[in-house]
Structure formats: C-alpha cells, structure tokens
Design a protein around this ligand. Sequence first.
Ligand code: NAD
Length: 508
Amino acid sequence: MSLQQELHYGHFIDGQDYLGHTPESIDVINPANGEVYATMSMGDKGDVDAAVAAAKRAFNQPSWREMSNNDRGDLLFKCGQVIGAHAEELMFIESRDSGGTIRRAAGMDIPIVIDLIGYYADLIKTTNNIVDLPTKPLPEAGHAQVWQEPIGVCALITPWNFPIFIAVAKIIPALAAGNTVVIKPSEYTPASTTHLVQLLSDVLPKGVLNVVNGDGASVGEALTTHPDVGKVSFTGSTCVGKHIQKMATESCKLVGLELGGKGPAIVMKDADLDLAAYGITFGGLFNSGQACESGTRILVHEAIHDQLMEKLAAVCDTLVVGNPLDPATSYGPIANKNQYDRIMGYIDGAKQQGLTFVCGGEPIKPKGFEGGYYVQPTIITDVKNDMDIAQQEIFGPVLSVIKFSDEQQAIEIANETSYGLSAGVWSDDLVHAQKIAKQLQAGSIWINDWHMLRSDAPFGGYKNSGIGREFGIAGLQAFMQTKTIGVSLERDPRNKMMWSLLHTSPQQ
Ligand code: NAD
C-alpha cells in the first residue's frame, strides 16, 4: 500500500477524531486520475447519535450559550485566520477530492471563504439580538421585546462540487447565530470538510463543530430525522432536497434547501458579442459546469445566433481541460464517475436526436490522466425548450442553445422551467435589461456577467431551486429563531381590557 492510500478520513466528534463504532469504510477516488487515494469511514445512526449528543452538550454549555456577540465575532475571525494559515493544504486537498482546479481554489474558494467569515464576524458583532417594540400607551401599558435566539443543533448536509465553500457558507452563519453543528459532506468528497473541521477545532470549543462521514441513506437520513436536530440546512439535488423536507417535517424541523438550477441566459440583439462569448462560457463551463447557478440554457436572438456560435466555439477552443493541479488548467475532471456517465448520457441523447453540436461532445483523455473523467466544452444548438437537455440539470460542461425571435418569447422560455436559481441578460441597454430582469423568476439575476455571488447578497432559489436564502443578513437569520417576550406594566386588573372578556368585576 502506498503512503497516499494509507490516508483515512474518519469522523470528528466532541473535539476529537473518531473512527466510528463500525469498521465499515469506502474508497475515496481522485477524479483527476480515477485512482483510490484514501478511505472514508461509513458512519451510521450510532455515529450520528454520538455527534448530535456532543453538539447538544456543547450548545447547553453556558460558555457557548452566553457568549457575547462580540466574542463570537472574534472567534469567527480566528476561524478565518486558521483557514488563511492552512490555505495551501486546504486547496490541495480540495482539488484532489473534488477535481476542482487549484486555480479556482486559490482565486475563489479561499478568498471568498475568508471574505464570508469576515462578513459574518462583523455582522454578528453589530447584531442586537433583542429589539424593543414601542411601549403601548396607558391605561394598559405593555412592553414587548423580540429576541433572536439560536436554534440548537444544526445538521448541515453538503454536495461535492464546492465542498469547502459550501461547508463554510453554512458553518459560519450557524455558529455566528450561536448554534452548534454536525456536518455531513458528500461521500464523494469527505476530505476537505473533515480536514477543515479538524483545523477549526483548534479555536472552537469541543463539540461545537462535528463531522460525520457517510452516505445519504444512513448518515443523511439519521441527521434529518434526529429528534435533537433543530434545523437541517441542505445543499444538493432537488430530488434529495424534497425528500429531506418530507422527512424533516415529521419532527417539525426548520429546513433550508439550496437545490439545483438550469439558469437561462438571454442574449439580446444589442449584446456585446465578444463580452457575451467569454461571459457565457464563464457562466456555464466554470468548474466543469458543476455549479448549481450556472447559466446553461442560452437563449439567443436569432439575428445574432450564427455570429455568437462562431465566437463561442472559438472561445471554447482556447480552454485547457486537464490536470486540476496545473495553474494553467481552465477546468478539471467531472467530480465522480457517476456524474461523468450521466453527462455523457445527455450528450449521447442529443446526438441521437440529431441536434447540432457547435463544439465538443466527446470525452477527453489528457496525457498522464487517462483514468480521469474529463468532458470537452460542449455547446449544442437548435435545442427546443421542452427537450431533456433544456429542462434537466446536466451539471457538466454542456450548454443548450435555444433561439428566440422576440423579447417576450425569450422571457417566457426563460421562465418555462421548474428551476429558479439564476438567470441573466446580455445586453448593452442596461435600463432595458433591468426591465427584463424584473420579469425573470429566479433568486439571482445577473446582467452582463455571471456567478456574481457576494457575502452580503442573499442567494437562493425560486420554485424547485430551494427554500430560504444563504449569505447576507438573511443567511444569519436562517439560523435563528424568534421569541417575543411581553411584559405588562398594568397592575390594576380592572384596566386589563382583555381580562374583561372573562371577568366581570375584577377586584383591585
Ligand atoms: P445530492 O443531492 O445527491 O447529495 C447532496 C448531499 O445529500 C450529499 O451529502 C449526500 O450524501 C446527501 N444525501 C443524499 N441522499 C440523502 C438522503 N436521503 N438524506 C439525507 N441526505 C442525503 O447532490 P450532489 O450530487 O452531491 O450535488 C449536486 C447537486 O447539488 C446538483 O443538483 C446541484 O445543483 C446542487 N447544488 C446546489 C447548490 C445551491 O446552492 N443551490 C450548490 C451546489 C450544488
């Protein structure tokens, strides 16, 4: 066995590594070359019980419950410092785990995660958890306060496409609000989240942040149905999200769902086509197209269709697909074999339908990485909006182009989808583009760009793309619950107006 194969990712519970109470483990595969590089403990309900119990104990510790917002903010800043100090190893682990490029990890994941932590650290320091409502006038003077409180133990379930980023986007607001956490990363990408939790344990009290590795059927379901879990925050596919919501309903848990997308990008006649060609490919092919808010339905005015297709093909020609650890690589492998097979299935289906391939449509076998899961940048045109490749989330480097002849038609096509995570407009008329944006049914609309996520801007889906919002103030409030405390200042029972509904002659 090589040194690399000796790597094992277990659980992390109550401030320490924990292998789990069963010896079961599965292989972890590097998608860049298809090789097993580690093993992962397959957790079960018993491991979830242990982690939730640790998180519950930590939540009930006065030192955690009564920590001031100022101290909590300081603690979060320390988390950011830990991540900054270990950025290189986290980037490498993330790349090997998920196939994301080191260029992405260095240019996006680490900076955005540190920015997000700084944002929530600042936000919680200036958050007042108690708001006084105006006192009601005499004779029945009353006073009410609205308290924002943590929920308790939060279960975070994450996917494989941006493991660290999505984990941090949930962990940090959950901790900022005063909760404790059990996180379950995707079974395809356990490494970076487990390592991140281990690193953060240097600054966090024990039991506040726990990780249980395993698959959805065992660990995911056990978390979702656990009576001591107060909130489930899930990012993943719409189908699993709906299932989680049903299960969590049984015990009245709060549920946040960040689900799939099929973002429409409307390219108007007046768009700057060079800008659009680079932007559309950035919007749809970044991270091998494995981003929920990618722009993957490209709605193009028929007058500019041919010209834009030429430009898109030329831009795709310049993309370098291969070794994710090479800083020159544009995008790396698909994150796992199942997903690769799914993508190739959609591409083969489009070929069988006789659709026009502007470019791509084949796997790639980069030299030295022949065992990895690489797909060419693929653009398919003459697509109709009711076809599978226009309606279903492919989650790969595949763009479906649909022609339109007038603006109203484009808006209708854009909205004819069960998803509503992102949408966009390419146009030189910014005022008019905003009028179009108003009519698009999606949580994020971008004009002349894509993936414009910000720490302070709420992000989430309309329709089947989710429930609730992450990032911004909404992202913090999603991990809080509200309590109203009413104090009556009236001591004379005769002046209590509502009491007269029951009592006829109260004595003073
Ligand atoms: P997935 O739904 O298969 O899995 C996501 C997570 O859920 C994994 O940790 C998995 O183990 C777990 N899971 C699976 N079955 C479960 C069950 N029955 N109970 C509890 N947990 C269960 O998704 P994926 O394939 O890992 O990720 C890709 C999907 O995620 C895409 O649809 C993508 O659009 C979506 N996604 C959405 C966002 C967003 O912010 N909206 C971000 C990234 C990815």
